[in-house]
Design a protein around this ligand. Sequence first.
Ligand SMILES: *Cc1c(COP(=O)(O)O)cnc(C)c1O
Ligand SMILES: [Zn+2]
Length: 445
Amino acid sequence: MEYRAWFQCIGECGEKHELDEIIYKCQSCGGLLEVRHNIKRLKRRKPSSWKKLFDDRYLRTEWPYGSGVWGKKEMVCPVVDNDNVVSLFEGGTNLLWAERLGDEIGLEDLWIKQCGNSHSGSFKDLGMTVLVSMVKHMRAKGNWIPAVACASTGDTSASLAAYCAAASIPAIVFLPKGKVSSSQLIQPIANGALTLSLETDFDGCMKVVQEVCAKNNIYLANSMNSLRIEGQKTVGIEVVQQFDWEVPDVVIIPGGNLGNVTALGKGFLMMHELGIIDRLPRIVCAQSARANPLYQSYLTGFREYHPIKAKKTLASAIQIGSPVSINKAIDILKQFDGIVEQATEDELANAASRADRTGLFSCPHTGVALTALFKLAERKIIGPKDRVVVISTADGLKFPDFKIKYHQNKMKGIEARYSNLPVDLPAKYEIVRDAIFRILDKTLK
Ligand SMILES: *Cc1c(COP(=O)(O)O)cnc(C)c1O
Ligand SMILES: [Zn+2]
């Protein structure tokens, strides 16, 4: 019996396809597809043996198993030959104990999973390595795929461009004009991707890219392509592994298109099914109040859901009004005693900056997740002894304008409570000394 995986419709019809078919939706009912695995085969290996295997491979050099994603290859994408794997050693990101921030809000056991410490600076690498590897595999088999394309709020395109460049596969990225940070814009440009700036928002880019892909045999790299979910699924497995195979009590993650929260849950469910863990954490999904269709649905007990027109938010990577993975995400949240929270612009900017004061360097989306943390700790829904993990989705360095404007206190509607400005001084000892003590005295008071 082999390790095997395939696409299967998440609807009742259960239609199946091979992973090397170019297909994103069920042909019978139009439902989303997900990747399913031969669980019987996976169950033939004992939980202790899986843990040992994963620990032996973790961050080592044997290709491609040192990658946080490919170290779990049997559970992620067993059908790709190792020769066709396109990996930039994604995953294996640090999980740090945020002792001081935890102290400030009365939590003893607060952790940050630094997914932004990855090749292109966001967690998107975890999924993109799987997708681009599959494209390389299909091209190697003689399939005609001229290029891979995606619509993006900035991080998917950066990641796609990097992996395609590494594999010498043409990449086309569709970006909403003026809605991604300058760092995010320069990433695909530097990697040689065809970079298209469209006068619309993310949801508008999504419509165009889907048509371009469908009519031209171009491979679509958005998260309706469930191969990416399989790679992103490893974040939950890796967190548990980093805790010596113990399950945290709560995991908080920001959500836009809702692929990542779905992937997080899927990873935990798979470990549970295989007996690697014996309980599930609670999952909290955090949204920007200006792009909150999931939050609004949560308020109705998930009985109602309406896509919305997302408004401009500092958390630009989650400025999405019509999330592709809405149904999968709701399904996951129901199984994980899920909570959805939201953050206003003022809350997310100050939460990110407050965390920065304890040594982090948070992106706005992590600010959204931290806001949810602060609110739930305040309401005692998260208790002082709970082991809590906040998924930090990108490196704050990707958002320089967010950081600079915050500290200059130049953001409309935001009171920058943690603003810290450089002090301009002449290069004279006395003046410098007086300034230092004037400022230190003020902060010590
Ligand atoms: C893509 C992204 C998200 C949201 O992930 P979804 O799967 O779209 O919910 C959050 N933060 C950052 C930095 C991202 O790039
Ligand atoms: Zn179907």
